[in-house]
Design a protein around this ligand. Structure first.
Ligand code: DLL
Length: 432
């Protein structure tokens, strides 16, 4: 019999003990950065706070935020607290503009990250007898090596297939008896679609679990993946600035548990930057509790979600977060309404005729911003009369209006014209 939890002590720690642990680590961390990183010393001094001002957990709100721009301004290693001789790995996120965000790790940081990954994978049924196919991009991206390390620590058989070469992924699933597939949800859809085209039913393979993350995806998308892939679709969340994946993970009840002994979460109002009451939506902010190379203090993730401290049936006491609605950078304001691509996805996925592939195109007509949603139909549906197709796009448009409250034309594009993703799907095409 395998143990139920990877790290029972922390995963089931009671609230008071966790708070005491977090306070101790927070105190250490703010002192660590203040003493070692000129950026933080200046930021704290300008803000009029000292490490000794942190006496209770709530005192963290006295400290200044750290932003992506701070990382850019201090690129590549200005926020690194240790000499390069103590750094053993450097990851980076590609970033859409300018220089990447760097993520240096000491040996101890790597070990803790690995523990966080093993903890998540263990919660998700991965065991020494599992065959885990890791189709996250290997390289600077934290997804590939993060999952690799965690899986090695669990002791399962790892197939480091990397992202892409989809037919080969399917061959490996069949030939190697893959039971666990790790990739982005959009890449899993690409794999499922390809398998269906090849006449292979993934439900009849040894595949049992998916370990998805790195991009927003709706519950409806998850249901689609589970139904067509015959798997339980688990989730991971994280970001390069904090460690990569490993910040949080779902249990069997789809609750996203945060490794709160490693990262201290807060939700703030993105406008006022004041903390919001528990359960309310806002921007997720994290402070690293145990990192040495590049510990972030109150890092503004730009991810919109909420936190819940409820008893979970799985027995873990780790605080949970809701599914990420989207990044505030991806939020569109349409006729005064705030809209995230994931909300459009939720509506699209209500329609059985629609392929789970879409793009939101933003363009300019004169001075006016114009938005269209482009999606595909299931192949046999697309082969119908133009009238039927127009009818479907009108119905989707009406439903978007009903649910989200915005008027958006929906264009049905020919099958397979939307580029299939092998990593993070690009949902917004901004032509303005
Ligand atoms: O995407 C780390 C990761 C790899 C997480 C593999 C999970 C699995 P970055 O490239 O730095 O790191 O991108 C981080 O991706 O701020 C979110 O906006 C988004 N993101 C990550 N996981 C999820 C998720 C990795 N489960 C950014 N749901 C984050 C929604 C996610 N968004």
């Amino acid at each position: 019999m395998y143990k139920k939890f990877w790290d029972e002590k922390f995963e089931t720690m009671n609230d008071d003990a966790m708070k005491t642990f977090q306070l101790e680590k927070l105190k250490e961390t703010v002192k660590w950065v203040y003493d070692r990183i000129p950026f933080y010393k200046k930021a704290f001094d300008t803000h009029g706070v000292k490490p000794s001002d942190l006496q209770r957990l709530e005192d963290i709100s006295k400290f200044p935020f750290t932003m992506k721009t701070d990382l850019r301004d201090n690129y590549p290693f200005g926020l690194c607290a240790v000499p390069m001789s103590e750094v053993v790995r450097i990851h980076a996120s590609s970033g859409t503009t300018g220089k990447p965000i760097t993520g240096p790790y000491t040996a101890e940081d790597l070990d803790q990250w690995t523990e966080c990954m093993a903890r998540g994978l263990w919660a998700q049924e991965v065991r020494p007898d599992s065959v885990l196919q890791n189709a996250y991009g290997m390289g600077l991206f934290t997804g590939g090596l993060g999952f690799l390390q965690g899986a090695i620590r669990v002791g399962c058989a790892v197939v480091p297939s990397g992202a892409g070469m989809t037919e080969r992924q399917i061959m490996l699933i069949q030939d190697f008896g893959t039971s666990a597939l790790c990739c982005t949800p959009s890449y899993c859809l690409t794999i499922i679609e390809k398998a269906e085209k090849m006449g292979i039913d993934l439900k009849k393979t040894s595949l049992r679990t998916g370990h998805f993350g790195a991009e927003p995806w709706s519950v409806e998308m998850r249901n689609d993946i589970e139904g067509r892939g015959g798997i339980h679709a688990y989730e991971h969340y994280g970001l390069t600035e904090l460690m990569g994946p490993g910040v949080s993970f779902t249990c069997e009840y789809y609750q996203i548990h945060i490794n709160e002994d490693h990262v201290y979460p807060e939700i703030v109002d993105p406008g006022t930057l004041e903390p919001v009451p528990e359960g309310e939506e806002g921007e997720l902010v994290f402070t690293a509790l145990q990192r040495r190379a590049m510990p972030m203090i109150r890092y503004r993730t730009r991810d919109i979600c909420s936190l819940k401290k409820e008893r979970c049936k799985c027995g873990r006491t780790l605080i949970t977060m809701d599914k990420i609605l989207g990044r505030s950078d991806d939020m569109m304001i349409i006729s005064g309404v705030n809209v995230f691509p994931s909300q459009v996805e939720t509506v699209l996925m209500e329609f059985a005729e629609v392929e789970p592939q879409y793009q939101i195109r933003l363009s300019k007509k004169g001075y006016i911003d114009h938005i269209t949603v482009e999606t595909e139909l299931k192949k046999h549906m697309y082969e119908q009369s133009k009238e039927n197709i127009d009818n479907i796009s009108r119905r989707i448009s009406e439903r978007i209006h009903q649910i989200i409250g915005i008027n958006v034309p929906v264009t049905i594009v020919p099958s397979e014209t939307i580029e299939r993703s092998i990593g993070k799907a690009k949902r917004i095409i901004d032509e303005r």
